[in-house]
Design a protein around this ligand. Structure first.
Ligand SMILES: [Cu+2]
Length: 188
């Protein structure tokens, strides 16, 4: 009798635990970020771009509001804009809206993670980590592949074909913001 009660309780706890686990798993599936790619740098470069695909499977909008990496003293969310025929980068202090049910792709020529104050040269083939923060409070620590600019998916005729490719160069060279210099100067 006592034993049977104990088993009943144990089974109940176990099922409760499973249910809690399943709830957590589906909540995590709500928002998925994958395929983080970072543009490799040449020695001395203090800034680079990063890209990621975020898929919101939930029925609530969220917002990417922050990015951090241990190899970058400062990181921001940027977009690219046409201004008098010239592509320019602009910080998005409010981040990027990720509407319910929508996939948002940060890719060369458009939205990107701006990684500044680099503490080392990022070489193609390296595997790093970045952390994304969302308005909902979610944080994701994700593996990030360092790739040569030409190997970065999304900007070269892929799904987001169009503007990506031709703008890669201007993007690359305009990364030397004035902020970057203050960071790199502090170390040398
Ligand atoms: Cu930028």
């Amino acid at each position: 009798m006592i034993i049977k009660t104990a088993i009943t309780i144990a089974v109940g706890l176990f099922l409760g635990f499973l249910a809690a686990g399943a709830a957590t798993a589906s909540a995590m599936e709500g928002l998925k970020a994958s395929d983080v790619q970072i543009r490799a740098t040449a020695p001395g470069m203090t800034a680079t771009g990063g890209y990621v695909t975020i898929h919101n499977h939930s029925d609530e909008a969220d917002r990417l509001v922050g990015v951090a990496a241990d190899f970058a003293a400062k990181a921001e969310i940027h977009t690219m804009m046409h201004e008098n025929g010239v592509m320019k980068m602009r910080a998005l202090p409010d981040g990027i809206e990720i509407p319910a049910g929508v996939m948002v792709e940060l890719a060369p020529g458009g939205l990107h993670l701006m990684l500044m104050g680099l503490t080392r040269t990022l070489q193609a083939g390296q595997m790093l980590e970045v952390e994304l923060t969302f308005a909902s409070g979610k944080r994701m620590r994700l593996p990030a592949h360092v790739k040569r600019p030409g190997d970065i998916a999304g900007g070269d005729g892929g799904k987001s074909a169009g503007h990506g490719h031709s703008h890669n160069h201007s993007h690359n060279h305009s990364h030397n913001h004035s902020q970057d210099h203050s960071h790199s100067n502090s170390g040398s």
